[in-house]
Design a protein around this ligand. Structure first.
Ligand code: DC
Length: 220
């Protein structure tokens, strides 16, 4: 079984997917982490986020693997776990930039598809229902208004001790949304057969119940 959860940043895809994966006893794959890891690699090499040629050239120096420990995913970058080093605003911006490059998306295709050959998965990203698994059993496009999404992201960052403001997070999020949804390759838009779930003002529990309704109705 493959469940695809796509949508813009801060919609709560990862919280929802993690919680559904636990409930359904399947693995949760966070595909944004793969783009973030490539972003991390090029940022550490001092390559500018808009230097497409250098980013493409660096792909041949990168091997990526997904590792799971107690259901929690990490990405191994040339054998080394990246952990939380990919969870910064700088790396988020890099991830958004590298993800617009078709060769980068191609590079990550097999890693994403192979994981579902071995087990049932719930996978979150931007193009899971459109490109990675057009035949997914269930496709949910999770979204919320941008202020609600920015508030969630701001709370997450503040809880981690990152100093920022809601205005800055909102501005960066709008920039990233624009990049991700207007790029030529695999833009972050709903698949024609995705169910759109707008969770503005909904708690995680309410979102999970709504998602379970969608899953049950698709699977029955
Ligand atoms: O979900 P996230 O914020 O960790 O994703 C980081 C970036 O990666 C995001 O700006 C868009 C990109 N991304 C993508 O293009 N396709 C995916 N399947 C997942 C993420």
């Amino acid at each position: 079984m493959i469940i695809a959860i796509d949508g813009p940043s801060g919609a709560g895809k990862s919280s929802l997917a993690r919680s559904l994966a636990k409930r359904l006893g399947i693995i949760y794959v966070d595909t944004g982490a793969l783009y973030r890891t490539i972003g991390l690699y090029v940022a550490n090499k001092g390559i500018a986020a808009d230097n497409g040629d250098a980013i493409i050239a660096s792909l041949s120096d990168i091997t990526l693997e997904l590792a799971f420990k107690d259901g929690v995913q990490d990405v191994l970058l040339n054998g080394e776990p990246v952990g939380d080093t990919i969870r910064t605003q700088k790396i988020a911006a890099y991830a958004s930039a590298v993800s617009a490059i078709p060769k980068v998306r191609e590079f990550l295709l097999d890693t994403q598809r192979n994981i579902a050959k071995k087990s049932s998965v719930i996978m979150d990203g931007r193009d899971i229902g459109t490109v990675i698994f057009p035949n997914a059993d269930v496709k949910i496009f999770l979204t919320a208004d941008d202020v609600s999404r920015a508030k969630r992201r701001f709370d997450e960052l503040s809880a981690k001790g990152t100093l920022t403001t809601l205005e800055k997070v909102l501005e960066e999020m709008r920039e990233r949304d624009k990049n991700d949804s207007t790029r030529a390759t695999a833009p972050a838009i709903p698949a024609h057969d995705a169910v759109i779930l707008d969770n503005s003002g909904m708690s995680l529990e309410e979102t999970e119940l709504a998602a379970l309704d969608i899953i049950n109705s698709k699977l029955n």
